[in-house]
Design a protein around this ligand. Structure first.
Ligand code: HEC
Ligand code: HEC
Ligand code: HEC
Ligand code: HEC
Ligand code: HEC
Length: 180
């Protein structure tokens, strides 16, 4: 390298390093924030979907409102006790469950998948059209801790809505369908 080029290169080097650093920071911020969105919250009882699925309990047994309303619903303490009064009632985590029952307290479950307030969503039309829980929530039956498996953003909702029979697309892609 001749002297002139070398000098130019030297003065350019800090800029290059700075730019690389900024790019790395921005990229890691994006990756970390996506992780945060898709992370599983800690729950007051170590409830395992996998164990209950293996025991043959159906999604709709615990989340029956999904068929008839906007929300799927989280089962009440009473529903858990209905089985656990007699089933594996000697296990530690089931003692924690009994604690809530005896104090008459609801279990303060942390939300796992929630839309922003300005989004309208209802389970009923989806279940009546035969869309499976797994299509939107991933493989919950293999989760020991419920976690958001799929990033449910607007593009994702619309992709499936555009895929519906032609005569329905205008209604399903209307902004007001999901932003009332
Ligand atoms: C024995 C009852 C039971 C069964 C069966 C069950 N669930 Fe759940 N589900 C719960 C409870 C309790 C919670 C709240 C605690 C948690 O998030 O782990 C929950 C949470 C969830 C959540 C996250 C809710 C939120 O707050 O965002 C989803 C999604 C879900 N269940 C889907 C399913 C699917 C799909 C199935 C079938 C494969 C299923 N569940 C079967 C009891 C059950
Ligand atoms: C078309 C996609 C889709 C399908 C199919 C679907 N869900 Fe959901 N589910 C969602 C979305 C989106 C939310 C967040 C709703 C909100 O915050 O308004 C949600 C929230 C939930 C919640 C927590 C809030 C609530 O409504 O109680 C549970 C529990 C749940 N779903 C269970 C189920 C189960 C069980 C099934 C199958 C029987 C199912 N979902 C099918 C998209 C879906
Ligand atoms: C339809 C019956 C039924 C219902 C309803 C039910 N469970 Fe269970 N649960 C079982 C069975 C069966 C097992 C044992 C699974 C195994 O270990 O084989 C179990 C196991 C457990 C365990 C022990 C896990 C471990 O580490 O050994 C906990 C904790 C638990 N359930 C919590 C709950 C909670 C909380 C609810 C209510 C949201 C609930 N269950 C509702 C049937 C039920
Ligand atoms: C896998 C496909 C699929 C996904 C993903 C999906 N939907 Fe749907 N959606 C449907 C189907 C099918 C219908 C019912 C169509 C009909 O009425 O025949 C529907 C209906 C609706 C309706 C009722 C519209 C009306 O006016 O009747 C709303 C609201 C809605 N979806 C919101 C959402 C939102 C919000 C999301 C994303 C969080 C979403 N959907 C994701 C397939 C999907
Ligand atoms: C099928 C449902 C659906 C339809 C139809 C829909 N949206 Fe959305 N929209 C969503 C969801 C879900 C979010 C939340 C995205 C998130 O949280 O990542 C959203 C978010 C937004 C936001 C917030 C900014 C953002 O991108 O996060 C704006 C603005 C918006 N939508 C405008 C519109 C407009 C304008 C239309 C009509 C052209 C429309 N939406 C149609 C589901 C829908």
């Amino acid at each position: 390298m001749n002297e002139k080029i070398r000098r130019r290169y030297r003065s350019f080097l800090p800029w290059l390093l700075g730019l690389t650093l900024i790019t790395i920071l921005v990229l890691s911020a994006i990756v970390l924030s996506r992780r945060a969105v898709l992370a599983a919250p800690e729950q007051p009882i170590a409830f395992s979907h996998e164990l209950h699925d293996d025991a043959g309990v159906q999604c709709l047994y615990c989340h029956p409102s999904a068929l008839r309303s906007e929300i799927a619903g989280i089962p009440s303490v009473e529903k858990c006790i209905g089985c656990h009064r007699t089933i594996v009632n000697d296990r530690d985590e089931v003692q924690v469950l009994f604690g809530f029952w005896e104090r008459g307290e609801p279990i303060p479950w942390e939300e796992v998948v929630r839309m922003a307030d300005y989004v309208y969503f209802s389970h009923q039309p989806h279940l009546l059209s035969g869309v499976n829980c797994e299509t939107c929530h991933g493989n919950v039956s293999e989760m020991t801790v419920a976690s958001p498996a799929i990033e449910m953003d607007m593009g994702w909702c619309l992709e499936c809505h555009y895929d519906q029979p032609e005569e329905k697309v205008a209604r399903l892609a209307d902004c007001l369908a999901c932003h009332k």
